[in-house]
Every structure is written in C-alpha cells, then in structure tokens.
Design a protein around this ligand. Sequence first.
Ligand SMILES: [Zn+2]
Length: 274
Amino acid sequence: MRVRNLRHPIAKEFYMIDIHEITDDTNEALREILPRIEALLRLSEKMATGYGVEADIESGDGTGRLRIRPFCWCDHRECPRCTANFDHGDGYSNHELLRLGPLFKEQDHVDGKGSPNFSLEVPEISVRIWWYKYIGRGMYADRHLTPEDAELIETHATALIDRCRGAVVRAAVKNRLAETFDEMSPATSDTLGAAFAALAERFENPVPWLEKISCAVDDIARLCRDANQVEKCQTLLDGAGVARSDDDTADPDFRMSHSLTYRLERLLDRKTSG
Ligand SMILES: [Zn+2]
C-alpha cells in the first residue's frame, strides 16, 4: 500500500511512503517485544496492558526519540490517530487545515493511516508501527521488518529508555496518576513525577527503586480516589438534607461534626430509631 505522509495539508507536494504488512514471524516477535517496552515505560511489568502507553521520550542530546500512543477510539475528526485521511482535505475548511496541519505533522501523521502507535528514531533504525486496538493485531510498519529488526528495535528502544530514566519516570508517574485520578492537578502530578524521577536518578541501578515508586504511585492514586469518593458522598448527603452539624453555631472548623463518618452515623441512627 502506498500512502502519503503529511507535510503541509494544503501544500501540493506530498511525501510518499510505503506501508508494509508485518509478516507472521516478525509479528510474533513484536507481540513479545513491544509489551516489554511498554512495561519499562510503566515502571512495572504488572502494569503493561498490551495496548501501549502514552510516552514521548527524547534524549537530551537529540540522538534518539521514542514515541508510543495507544490506539484511539475517540473518532474525533481533529484526532490525528483517528483521522486517517486528512491531507485530502475532505470536509475540512482551509482555516482548519492550517490550524490542524502543524498538530498533525507534529504527531507524525501519515495520510491513509493516521499517527503511528509506535515510532523509534535512533541512528541505527528508524521505524513507525501501527496496530489495531492492541499490539499484534492488524499491524503495519513504514518499512519491511524481519524478526532481527524486531530485536534491533528492542535493543535500541531499551537503551534509549535507560539513557532517559528521569524523563521515563516523570512520564510514567504522570500517566499513572492521570489514568487513576484525573482530579489531581497537573502541577501536583508534575511535582510528584519530578520528585520520583530525582529519586530514581540518584541510584546507579534504579530498577529496584522503580518498583517502589510504582507502589507509592499506586497508593497515592488509591488515596486520591478515596478522597474523591468522600467528596461525592458529602455532596449526596447535602442533597439528601443530612445536616453537617447538629449545632448551627458549631465552629465550622470543627471538622468531625462535618465529617462523612459523622453524617453517615446520623443517617443510620435516624433510620434505626425511626
Ligand atoms: Zn482519537
């Protein structure tokens, strides 16, 4: 299949790239390799989903970049993953094309395929891979790939991840907190990510620390989720008319008489005595 790579949506000049189906033996290798790379970016083998992870890791010296994006179902016409045919301009105004063009280009959009789910740019290999929903299904690449190439991808992606541990930890923490608790402010999430990254970078071998950081992030995410539930319950009780305190004059800073437990006790007392 021959498709065009978006350079500029309303320019007449298009870059042609070949899209290759991935052969069964290479597919088998990639089905093992890509989730292992995903696990490194999630800090824990347990956390790999097989769908990919949001990651954009670039070495500071500009010698390598690794980008992974899970398959997207949003179907939004402005989503470079879901929009396959963009540079034909069908259904887009010139204004939209001018606005979206740079965004689509930044996302490495290829006309006919959308943005790739995996792309690795290092001096040794440059490759883009697409999959349908999960790694291993309906995969395509922008070049012919052999099982040896798949091993090369793993070697260089892993080396790049090792070189960029700080950035990887920051991205992983951000992803995990965003997935589990979207009420956490980006500033808090960034600060936590930076603190954990600094911790991981202090050690020659950060791997044992990555598991510990992973557990800490899980705990924080769980606590945030619980706190969010408490807020929702308080709102429900407000709506149901369960007072926060028996005494209107009570000091509003006296939190216990406003607490969820106190209010639930009142509600339950009311039920059992009524
Ligand atoms: Zn989408």
